[in-house]
Design a binder for this molecule. Structure first.
Ligand code: PMP
Length: 304
């Protein structure tokens, strides 16, 4: 397969060659993590490129920066056109990952960021690949806790917030696990570094509240799919013991999609194989993102 290397990116309102878009070392975001970002997937279904829940991603994108008074100097419609236009400009005819971001530019080293601080916005296209083995992954309960909303807003997808995810990922890999699961500051199950978590117990689906987890768009998709399948679905506190004793555990996020967790801290989850409900959710998710389930086609933005 040909390497995916789209020539153009979108930068502050214009399509420019990737190598031409540069920022100076004095960029505030490099020093302090003052960037807001999104991760979006587009799926090529052999007829069209289908962007999944683009409107929801754009709404969260704007909201993230707002927590920090960072201005996104483009309307939602302009960001939507930037994303779809960039796919067209690069003639993308394969599934890809879309990364819009905006960040504080020339603002010296002051910590007093306001709506008037200069910001830049960009959109990149990256190659699409499975980040986890869909036949099941191992995870461990991280020694690192998910940062609490009492320290920084947990719903803001800001560059700086991801240091928590990075250190938890490093520790998981160092110990030979595929992924980390972070408890929240009270010791309940929170989320993974870049995914939300669900358990299945006695046919019931449950996920922790978003007090210390990102309100994931895939999480919302799984909740809705679960209800539509007639499952009992709840948002509730999940303890470490309930996690070990679950019939099924899954992680979900835009990049990871839906992935079964079959071992946690070297213990098997149930019989150590992906569970039936997880499999059904994975199959249905694939159909939805490929726009093969008309019931959910309102979530799809077709590029061509
Ligand atoms: N939690 C964290 C910390 C994340 O970074 C992500 C990825 N955005 C998720 C959960 C999943 O969110 P979504 O389904 O919207 O991609």
């Amino acid at each position: 397969m040909k390497a995916f290397g789209p020539k153009y990116i979108w930068f502050d309102g214009r399509f420019v060659a990737r190598d031409r878009a540069q920022v100076p070392l004095t960029t505030h975001a490099i020093h302090y993590g003052t960037s807001a970002f999104e991760g979006i997937r587009a799926y090529w279904n052999s007829e069209n490129l289908c962007i999944f829940r683009l409107g929801d991603h754009i709404r969260r994108f704007r909201r993230s920066g707002k927590y920090y008074s960072m201005s996104l100097r483009f309307t939602d419609a302009q960001i939507r056109d930037a994303v779809t236009g960039l796919c067209r400009k690069n003639r993308v005819r394969e599934s890809c990952y879309i990364r819009p971001f905006y960040f504080v530019g020339q603002h010296g080293v002051s910590l007093h960021v306001t709506e008037r601080s200069p910001t830049h916005a960009a959109v990149l296209l990256l190659s699409f690949q499975d980040i986890f083995d869909k036949d099941g992954i191992s995870a461990h309960i991280s020694p690192w806790r998910k940062f609490s909303g009492a320290s920084t807003p947990t719903q803001a997808k800001m560059g700086g917030n991801y240091l928590n995810s990075i250190i938890a990922t490093q520790e998981a890999k160092r110990r030979g696990f595929d992924e980390a699961i972070l408890l929240d500051s009270s010791g309940s199950v929170g989320e993974a570094p870049g995914e939300n978590i669900f358990i299945v117990k006695n046919g019931r689906l449950a996920t922790p509240p978003v007090s210390s987890a990102l309100k994931g768009i895939t999480r919302d998709t799984v909740l809705r799919m679960g209800r539509a399948m007639g499952l009992e679905v709840s948002v509730r506190r999940i303890t470490r013991r309930q996690l070990y004793g679950a019939d099924e555990v899954l992680l979900c996020g835009t990049a990871a999609e839906i992935v079964p967790v079959t071992r946690i801290d070297r213990r098997k989850i149930a019989d150590g194989r992906p569970g039936e409900i997880t499999r059904r959710l994975m199959d249905q998710y694939s159909d939805i993102v490929m726009n093969r389930n008309r019931r959910y086609s309102r979530w799809i933005t077709e590029v061509y």
